[in-house]
Design a protein around this ligand. Structure first.
Ligand code: COA
Ligand code: AMP
Ligand code: ZN
Length: 436
């Protein structure tokens, strides 16, 4: 019996006109539903808009963008479109400072999310006889539970290994016959190095076949190198907490752009400065409207991710648009070890210490194939001889920074005048990470 290449044939093979009709219908329902959100109700009233003004995606331009700042301003629950009793899960992602971004999910949202992730995994050939191992963090990071529920929905045996413990991850590969792994690109490199150090050849000693990589920007060369190292096919996966998590856009077997599921999202690409739409095929900021969410739909959310819509049809038969791999960000967010960090979060912690001067430098680098962050910060002259105090301070700053940014930085206090003086605007972040 031949197995369908589609998980949801009726949705995955919709024609362009079918997608557009469904989008209009779901958009109208979403906008009506958003009037239950105190935030959107007020916003529509302020603009003199009513739900009847939004009939098709062509009307979206009338609605103001929703931003991360809006999520912070309404923290924690002010944007929800359902009462809290209807919500069954909360995820959060880094905010710039102070409040993180909170995303609420109803039971229906979780069900739809699992379906979307299962659809992505099925698309790249995952089947119930596969063994799926997930190296994402399982806390608030959506890559953990997001892939977990999707892989279970598809029917695979799942290994929720979580982040870290690389030797144990590799033991699971060999012992459990893992065939599919989800890992961020930089960690895929670490997995390979540790396998080599322990005499394990991924082709000979494991059944690895498919790698799902995402969460941080990476090039086509990086993908090919990772594929060669591990002997797998690697598929780019795009998602973000505000949209639910993984499962937003995913490469098909053609490995040429990520299909964004247009029965869940309406895509716009805008110029990040003028916020005007850019012509098809040109790079700009991705703006997404959710049309299949219950607890917390978002209208015209500015993702700050830079990409473009790939022109032309995909030979796989899916008419859902394809996003090119992410080209960067329109803000200063850093992604380190799959964790989003804003430099201002670091500055805010540093500013709390009266012993410190104002100059600091964040360097991202790779040590033994593990990415890391070094934070060098100048201290005031009067503490030059107070060695014990400086040592304690380094420990204390490390702890506070780890609490704030969720990765452990290497903190070094240096005498005033040590850090390079930059001309013009201070250079605060240097990225020296190894690219695979
Ligand atoms: N995924 C999985 N494991 C990772 C990782 C990643 N992105 N980055 C690093 N690690 C591993 C390290 O290799 C190390 O294990 P090892 O020494 O056995 O090889 C272990 O995690 C701890 O790393 P370390 O750098 O010492 O810790 P940290 O305190 O700076 O960072 C992490 C802690 C890795 C747990 C944290 O960065 C994390 O949870 N990252 C995953 C984020 C994620 O899942 N994002 C999902 C996006 S979909
Ligand atoms: P989070 O909300 O923590 O899941 O992080 C979402 C962000 O991670 C996105 O806005 C992107 O900046 C980044 N990201 C996710 N997937 C990818 C990918 N495949 N390629 C590049 N960046 C990605
Ligand atoms: Zn395709």
């Amino acid at each position: 019996m031949s197995v369908s290449p589609y998980f949801h044939p009726e949705m995955e093979t919709l024609s362009r006109s079918g997608i557009e009709a469904l989008q209009s219908e779901r958009l109208r329902a979403t906008v009506r539903h958003c009037m239950n959100s105190p935030f959107y109700k007020k916003r529509f009233a302020e603009c003199g808009l009513t739900p009847d003004d939004i009939r098709t995606p062509a009307d979206l331009y009338k609605i103001p963008f929703t931003t991360k700042q809006d999520l912070r301003d309404t923290y924690p629950f002010g944007i929800a479109s359902v009462p809290l009793e209807k919500c069954v899960r909360l995820h959060s992602s880094s905010g710039t400072t102070g409040n993180p971004t909170v995303v609420l999910h109803s039971a229906r949202d979780l069900d739809q999310w699992a379906e979307a992730v299962a659809r992505c995994l099925w698309m790249v050939g995952c089947r119930p006889d596969d063994v799926f191992q997930n190296s994402s963090g399982y806390g608030m990071f959506t890559g953990g539970l997001g892939f977990q529920y999707g892989a279970e929905r598809l029917g695979m045996l799942t290994v929720p290994a979580g982040a870290g413990n690389t030797l144990r991850q590799i033991k699971f590969f060999t012992d459990f016959g893992t065939t599919v792994v989800h890992a961020i690109p930089s960690y895929a490199g670490r997995l390979y190095e540790v396998m080599c150090q322990n005499g394990i050849d991924p082709r000979r000693d494991t059944k690895l076949r498919t790698l799902v990589i995402g969460a941080e920007p990476h090039s086509e060369d990086t993908r090919r190198r990772i594929e060669d190292m591990l002997g797998v096919k690697a598929y780019n996966s795009f998602g973000m907490s505000e949209m639910c998590g993984p499962g937003v856009a995913f490469e098909c077997p053609e490995q040429n752009g990520m299909h964004i599921w247009e029965d869940y999202y309406i895509v716009e690409i805008v110029d990040p400065d003028t916020l005007e739409p850019v012509p098809d095929g040109e790079v700009g900021e991705l703006v997404l409207t959710t049309i299949n969410r219950e607890a917390m739909p978002l209208l015209r959310y500015r993702t700050r991710d830079l990409t473009r819509i790939l022109p032309g049809d995909c030979p796989c038969g899916r008419a859902h648009k394809r996003l090119d791999r992410m080209k960067g960000r329109s803000d200063d967010m850093i992604i380190l070890k799959g964790v989003n960090i804003f430099p201002i979060q670091i500055e805010t912690v540093l500013m709390k210490y009266q012993e410190l001067a104002s100059d600091y430098l964040i360097t991202l680098e790779s040590h033994e194939d593990n990415d890391m962050m070094r934070v060098e910060v100048e201290f005031k002259e009067e503490y030059l001889d107070d060695y014990a105090r400086l040592q304690n301070l380094e420990r204390d700053i490390t702890r506070r920074l780890r609490d704030e940014i969720l990765v452990t930085p290497l903190v070094r206090l240096v005498p005033k005048g040590t850090l390079p003086v930059s001309e013009g605007k201070a250079v605060r972040v240097k990225d020296l990470r190894k690219q695979y």
